[in-house]
Design a protein around this ligand. Structure first.
Ligand code: PHE
Length: 454
C-alpha cells in the first residue's frame, strides 16, 4: 500500500455534483436500451408494475445501504468491508463486486460501441430514405461484423479510462454535472415527438396497461435484475461513490432523488420508443436490437430528424459514459487503495483487461455466435450472470451486512449524519433491510433460476 494515503482521498465537491454523478451512474444504457427491450420481451405494463414495486421496496433501501457503508468506511467496495468488519470474510462481497464490475463493463462497452457507430451513421445521414426493413438489415450486418464494432468498443473504453484517470472531482463529477441536465432535456424532446406520431396510442397502451397473462416465471427475476442493474446497485458502485460523499450530505434524500431520476428516465425512454415500435410495425420483443431498429425510423420521419438523431445518439453515448466510468471506478479504487497501484496505471490495467473480455462479448454477435452456454451467447451470458445473479446476491449480502452485522446504532448515526438529520423512517428501513429485502430477493432469485417452484 505504499502509494495510497487515506488522508489524500479524492471526494465529490458539491451536493448537486453527488446527485449528478450517482444519477449519471444509474441512468445509462440500462434505462434507454435495456429497460425498453426487457419490458417489451415481458409484455410491457405488468412487468413495469413489478419493476416499480422492486425499485421502491428493494432498490431504494439497497442504494441507501450502499451509501451508508461507503461513507462510513471511506474506502472502495472491497476495502469498506475489510475496514468495517476486520478479520471476517465479509470482504468477499466486495471482491464479488469487483468481479461484477468486470463482467458488466465487458458487455456494456459492446452496446456503448454500437451507440458510437450510430452517432457516426447520424452524422453521415445514413438513415435517410431507408425502409424499416433496410434499417434492420443495416444494424444486423454492422453488429455481426468484427472490425467496426470492436473499433468503437475500444474508442469507448479509451474515453471511459480518460475520465476516470482525471479523478473523482475533476473527472467523474465535472462531466456528470454538464451532461446529465442535457440528457434530460433531450429525452423530453424525443418524447414529445414520439407521442405525436400517428399510432402512438397502441405503444402507450402496451407500456401502461398491465396484462398479467404475458408474464412468465422468469419475468419476475428479470424485473428484479433490471431494477438492480438500472440503479447500479448490488456490486459496490454506490459504496464506492458513497465513500466520496461529504459527511454533511443527507444520504436518504440522495438515494430517493437518484432512484426517482433513474426511474423517471426509464419510463420516459419507454414513452420515446414504444409508440414508434408500434407505429412502424416492429415487434416489441425484438430483444437487444430494439432501439437501434426503431429510433432511426422516427428520426428520418421527423422535421429536423438529422439534427435530433445526432443529438440523441450522442446523448445515449454520454449516458453510457457516465455509467461506465462508475463501473470502472469500482475496479480502479480497489487497485489503488488495496493493491497500492497508482491511479493512472490502475486505470489502464483495469481498462485493458476488461476490454479483452469485452471483445469476446462483441464478437459473440458474429464470429463467436456459435458459442452457446445454457442457450446464451457470450454477451447474453455475461449480462445474465451480472444482472440476474451477481447483483441480486450482492444486494442480499449488502443489506444483511448493514442490518445484522453493523446494526441499528451504527445505521442511525451514519444516516442522520450524527444527528444532523431526522431519521423518522429508520425503523421501517431497518425492518426492510433485515427481513423484507433479503427474503424477497432470495425467493425471487431461487424461483427465477428454477431451484424453487411455487
Ligand atoms: N446503471 C447503469 C445503467 O443503467 C449500469 C450500471 C450497472 C452501472 C451497475 C454501474 C453498476 O446503464
Amino acid at each position: 500500500m505504499a502509494n495510497f494515503d487515506p488522508s489524500k482521498r479524492d471526494s465529490f465537491g458539491t451536493k448537486f455534483g453527488v446527485i449528478a454523478a450517482a444519477a449519471g451512474s444509474a441512468v445509462g444504457l440500462g434505462n434507454i436500451w435495456r429497460f425498453p427491450y426487457i419490458a417489451g420481451e415481458n409484455g410491457g405494463g405488468a412487468f413495469i408494475l413489478i419493476y416499480l414495486l422492486f425499485i421502491i421496496a428493494i432498490g431504494i433501501p439497497v442504494m441507501l445501504s450502499e451509501f451508508t457503508i461507503g461513507r462510513r468506511a471511506q474506502r472502495n467496495a472491497f476495502g469498506s468491508f475489510k475496514k468495517l468488519a476486520p478479520n471476517t470474510y465479509w470482504y468477499l462481497i466486495g471482491l464479488m463486486g469487483v468481479v461484477a464490475a468486470f463482467v458488466i463493463l465487458s458487455f456494456y462497452s459492446t452496446v456503448a460501441g454500437w451507440t458510437l457507430e450510430y452517432i457516426y451513421l447520424s452524422i453521415t445521414n445514413a438513415f435517410a430514405d431507408k425502409s424499416p426493413d433496410q434499417l434492420t438489415t443495416m444494424f444486423e450486418s454492422f453488429k455481426s461484423g468484427t472490425f467496426r464494432p470492436i473499433m468503437w468498443q475500444l474508442i469507448f473504453m479509451i474515453l471511459t479510462a480518460w475520465i476516470v484517470i482525471a479523478g473523482v472531482k475533476k473527472g467523474i463529477e465535472k462531466y456528470a454535472k454538464i451532461l446529465m441536465p442535457i440528457l434530460l432535456l433531450l429525452i423530453i424532446i424525443m418524447d414529445i415527438r414520439a407521442v405525436t406520431l400517428a399510432g402512438a396510442s397502441e405503444g402507450l397502451e402496451f407500456l401502461f396497461k398491465p396484462d398479467f397473462s404475458k408474464l412468465d416465471t422468469n419475468s419476475v427475476l428479470e424485473a428484479l435484475g433490471q431494477a438492480f442493474f438500472s440503479l447500479s446497485i448490488g456490486m459496490g458502485t454506490l459504496i464506492t461513490y458513497g465513500s466520496y460523499i461529504n459527511k454533511k450530505q443527507n444520504l436518504t434524500t440522495t438515494a430517493i432523488n437518484v432512484s426517482a431520476a433513474d426511474t423517471i428516465i426509464a419510463i420516459l425512454a419507454g414513452i420515446a420508443i414504444f409508440p414508434a415500435v408500434f407505429a412502424f410495425g416492429i415487434e416489441p420483443n425484438a430483444g437487444p436490437d430494439l432501439i437501434f431498429r426503431t429510433l432511426p425510423n422516427i428520426f428520418q420521419q421527423m422535421p429536423g430528424g438529422y439534427f435530433f438523431s445526432l443529438i440523441f445518439f450522442i446523448l445515449l453515448g454520454v449516458a453510457a459514459l457516465t455509467s461506465s466510468i462508475s463501473v470502472l471506478e469500482v475496479v480502479v479504487a480497489y487497485f489503488v487503495e488495496e493493491l497500492g497501484i497508482l491511479r493512472k496505471r490502475a486505470t489502464i490495467i483495469a481498462a485493458v483487461s476488461i476490454t479483452a473480455l469485452g471483445v469476446l462479448s462483441t464478437m459473440s454477435w458474429g464470429t463467436f455466435g456459435e458459442v452457446r452456454i445454457f442457450n446464451f451467447n457470450i454477451f447474453e451470458l455475461l449480462d445474465f450472470t451480472a444482472s440476474s445473479v451477481l447483483l441480486p446476491i450482492g444486494g442480499v449480502f449488502i443489506v444483511v451486512f448493514l442490518g445484522w452485522y453493523l446494526g441499528k446504532n451504527y445505521i442511525k448515526d451514519e444516516i442522520s449524519s450524527s444527528g444532523l438529520y431526522k431519521t423518522k423512517l429508520i425503523n421501517l428501513f431497518i425492518l426492510i433491510i433485515k427481513f423484507l429485502a433479503p427474503i424477497a430477493i432470495a425467493l425471487v432469485f431461487l424461483h427465477g433460476i428454477g431451484l424453487l417452484k411455487f
